[in-house]
Design a protein around this ligand. Sequence first.
Ligand SMILES: [Zn+2]
Ligand SMILES: [Zn+2]
Length: 221
Amino acid sequence: MPPSSTAPPASPPPRPGFPLPLELVRRLGSSRFNYWFGYVANLGLVAWLMSRALAAGPVPVSPTRWVLLVVAGLFSWTLAEYWLHRLLYHQVASFLSQGHGLHHREPKALFGVPWYLTTAALLLVHVVLARLFDPASVALVMAGNWTGYVLYCLAHHGSHHWRYRRGWLRAMQHHHLVHHAHPDFNWGFTTSLWDRVFGTHYPPREGVLGPARRRERSRRV
Ligand SMILES: [Zn+2]
Ligand SMILES: [Zn+2]
């Protein structure tokens, strides 16, 4: 799929900067089984979280509250994807930033975080949050959040392999392909909202230079 007509040409991928051999990172995340089984595992986790909400207490959560909590979880994913992408994939050196660097180099390769790592991370977060807050509410918010993650994975796959013709998907694809061309911008994926809030949207409004824009400008001179 060719990049969007208005997307600038590709620039270098994000800094990997961590001494884990790239070949090991590539092997861990590049099996087709890992890539596709991730969807099965993640949808299974959403179902499991829903079952946790049902099993959490003697007083059932009202249907309205169910919907509100799941929608809140979905919305929380948009903020999570921004910061996970910005920090873990680009700004903090680790095997995750190495792996994401490989994605920037080969955007069409079927490369993903090993499914067992995301599963372990989600279970750990659930254990902690369910001890701190109402377990049913935690399970519902997390189910919405993880549904957002699954939709993100699917839409991200499509942004590199399919042609979105119009609407939200087309805008999302363009936003992300600009990120591949300018890795210091457009860290959000499903929405440009958080890039606009944190000053990393490309192109920024005239006269308003966020930190990322200033860095890019200083590199040019
Ligand atoms: Zn991508
Ligand atoms: Zn990136």
